[in-house]
Design a binder for this molecule. Sequence first.
Ligand code: F6R
Length: 600
Amino acid sequence: MCGIVGYSGIRQAVPILIDSLKRLEYRGYDSAGIAVFNESNVEVYKDKGKIVDLEKTLPNIPGNVGIGHTRWATHGRPNKINAHPHTSGNISVVHNGIIENYQQLREKLIRSGYQFSSETDTEALAHLINNYYKNDLVDAVILALNDIKGSYAIAVLCGNELVAARKDSPLVIGIGENENFIASDIPAILKYTRKMIFLDDMEIAYVAPDKVSFFDTGKKPIEKTMKLIEWDLEAAEKSGYEHFMLKEIHEQPKALHETFAGRISELEGTIAFDGLNLKEEQVKDINRISIIACGTSYNAGLLGKYLFEQLAGIHVDVEIASEFRYSHSSPGSLVIGISQSGETADTLAALREAKTFGGRSLAITNIMGSTITRDADSCIYMRSGPEIGVAATKTFMSQLGVLYLLALYFGKGKGKISSDRMKRMLVSLRKVPAQITRILSNKELIKKYAGIYSSSSDIFFIGRTLNYPIALEGALKLKEISYIHAEGYAAGELKHGPLALITKNTPVIAIATKGLTYDKMVNNIKEVKAREAPVIAIADEKDSEIEKYVDAVIRVPATDDILSPMLSTVVVQLLSYYTAKARNCPIDQPRNLAKSVTVE
Ligand code: F6R
C-alpha cells in the first residue's frame, strides 16, 4: 500500500513528481524516492522519512521523464536502501503490492550473477526486467511479469522510456497536453489533469509525452476508455466515498488478500510466516498462550482464543492490556500482543510485564518499525495498508486473517489438523475476500435497517462462541461512531441479568450463522422476541429457518462455520457506519477518541 507517480512530458519532471508524492502523504508513509532521466542517464534519489526531507536533499535535476514512490513498508524495514526506486543496470522500478515468489526469483537471479542490496521483493523485479531487456522495454516488462506471482502496480523507467502495469493493485494514467502521468491514486495527479484512464489487471501502458499505448500480456494493443474525474481533492482522497471509514470497509477484500499473500499454499496445505521465529516443530511445546490487547484488537484476540482452542487444542487467556499489568499472574509460554498501531501504551506496558516471566513474545501489528516490533521477540505484519478512520475496520479484518493462519499453523504443529482439513480450510479462506465483496454489494439493505433503528437509545449485539467477539466488536463500533449505547453480549448470558433491559425499544442484532450453537442461538432469539425486541439476524444465505423468528435477516455467503465471523464482521461494521451517518455523526473523527492511544 504505497504510492506511485510517473511523468513524461514537456515540463521539468522533478517538481511534478515531488508535488504529486506529497498529495499521497495524507495516508502516512515512511520513505520516498524518485528516478529522473536527466537527458543522458537516470539519476536516483531516495531516503527514509518524509517527502519534504527528500526534497531538501535534491540537486537541480533537469529532465522531463521520471518516476516516484512513497513507501509504506511491507518487505524490509523503512530505510534508505529499502526505499524505492530500485535499480538494475538502466532499469529503475517503483512497485506497490507483494511479489509472493520473490525468494525463489531472488535465488535464481543471484545464481545468474545479480547482486541484491535491499531486503525488498521489488529489487528482484528490477533485476528480472533488466535480465530480459533487449532494447524493448515493453517486451522486457511482459516477460518479467510472466515470472511473477503476486500483486503489483509498477512504473518502470529505462532511459527516457516509461512503462506501467498492474495486477490486483490500482494504477491510473492521467492524460494531459503534451504530457502524461501515472499514479496509484487519483489525488496525486488531480491538480494536473482530470482525464484518467484506469488500467485493468494484466494491462501494460507505454507512456510517452504525446501518446499512451496500451497492451495485454501478449503485447496485443488494447483500446481503453478515458474517464473525466469530477471529484474535488477531498473526495478523491476518499476514492469518492463519503468517509474514510466506508472506504476502508470496502478495502477489506484487498487488505485480507494482502494478509494472505505469500503465506498460504492451498495445494501443499502449508502456511509460512516471514517474521515468525517459531518452527512448526517448536509449537509442540506451547501449551498455554496469553493474548494481550485493547479495544478492537482485544475483540480480535478473543476470536483468536476460540480459534487456537478449536484448531490447535491450546488453552488461551485473553487479557485486556490495561488490566493484565496488575494481575500478577504468570502468562502462558507464548504471549501475543495485538496492536494495529504498535504504539498503544497499555499493550506495550503489558507485553513488557509479560516478558519478565520469561517465555516467548509475538507481536501482530500493521506498522513496520513501530515500538511493539522492537519489544517483541518476533512479529507478524497484518499488511492492511494505512487506516485513517479512527474506528478500526480493515485492520480488524487483517488481525482476524493473521489469527486464522496462526491458529491453523499451530494446529498443524500440534498434529490436530489433518492435511486434508488444512487444504480445505485454506481453499475456503482464500474465498473470503470475494465473499466480503458480495456482502458489500448488498449494502443498501443494511443501510435501510440502520436507518430504521438509528433513533434507538440502546442496541444489543448478541452471539455465541465464535460470534461472541463479533457481537462485542459490533457494539464497540456502534457506540464509538454513533454515540448510541450498545452492548455486546454472549447470547446465553442475557438471561442472567441484561434481559431486564430488553423491551420493544431495544433492537437486537443477533449473529446467527450456522455452527455448533445455532439451535441455542435460536432459543436466545426467542427469549428476546418474547420481550418484544425487534430482532435483525445475521444469517447464512442458505438458512431458510431463521426468518420465522426474527423481524429482518441480513444474509452472508455460506462458508466453513469457523470462518463466518469474518463475514458477519462486515455486516456489523456497515450497520454501525450507516447508523452513525443517519445520525449525522463525525464518523472519521468520533469525539474523545484518537487513532493511536499512547497514554496509559
Ligand atoms: C476501535 C479502536 C480502538 C483500538 C484500540 C487499540 O475502533 O480502534 O478500540 O482498537 O485503541 O489500538 P491498537 O490496535 O492500535 O493497539
